[in-house]
Design a protein around this ligand. Sequence first.
Ligand code: SF4
Length: 374
Amino acid sequence: MMTGLYIHVPLCEKRCRYCDFYKLTPDETDGMELFLQCLEIELRRLPKDFAPDTVFIGGGTPTALTPSEYGKMLEAIDRRINLAQVVEFTSEANPGTLTPDKLKVMRDGGINRVSIGVQSFHPRALQLLGRIHDADQAVQGYHMLRDAGFDNVNIDLIQSIPGMKPEDVLKDAQNVAKLEPDHISFYNLIYEPGTPLTKARDEGLVVPPGDDEEADNYFMVKEYLECAGYGHYEISNFSRRGRECLHNVLYWQGGEYFGCGPSGASHWHGKRFCNIPDLDVYTERLLKERDPFNEVEYLSKEEKARETLVMWLRLTDGFDLAEFKKVTGFSAYDLCGKGIDSMIEESLLQRTENRLRLTREALFISDAVFSELL
Ligand code: SF4
């Protein structure tokens, strides 16, 4: 089973109105030098036998770093991780922060996949989300990535944005397909507690589409992108053949990983822990060679297997029952045979001879299916 490294860069030019990831804006920090110094300490403290197959730099906005800061981060990673063994090295990118010299630093440092957050091509939607870029900048950013030589690019989009009609959602699907990225993530907008967008919704200032409309949009996008040559391989993810995101597939198949940086989450040898989402505490702890997290949760093998079962079902192909047993040590039916049988009866799960997967109908209501199985 592959292992992965995630790095959380706690910096964004500005806060988007829907986002609750941990980050600071430039006016809230004295720069990223100390973060980079402490990231290197944290990387050095990882277990000696940890040699990841995938690395994913997210955040925050990694490309909000200056070229020199970005280069220092890559050097720190290179000093600890054998990049020759890394098969996929992704960086997230915000179209409003890309420059040719930054992209050169990324390419030269070994990044071989970029995930660019476009979110929508509709001016009103981008404004409502509070993005720092417009649609033209997003398209330019995508072309800059291609010009810089990146041959594996994901575009992130969001659907169910208030005010967007079905034809607007379809237009977003058409616009993204026209760009021919290798991978497309099309997420449903989530109202995270405490964000300005959630507050606006609670005050009735923005009105989300109804469940039926969201479901219709979901299947409309699915069908459009499939016809355009993208395989729908995970609930919210589409890709050209062979361009699935290996780092995320690792999560979905119950693989182990370390997450560095403030708020980075790790799951390693039955232990689960999450770094404190506070840059000051994070750096203070690491400068004293202390762990940047508090509680460690110990998962039994059975708990881990149950989690893996629902995560793996996120993949539209589901899993091979024998492989699941080999990976987790448990039979899926021993873990939750009753739940599986009743979901099959309700046509939400499908069992072929050796595989278990969500049915098409279950894709949009997968959370309800998963909570039945857990
Ligand atoms: S750029 Fe990304 S991480 Fe930063 S606030 Fe916006 S959505 Fe969140």
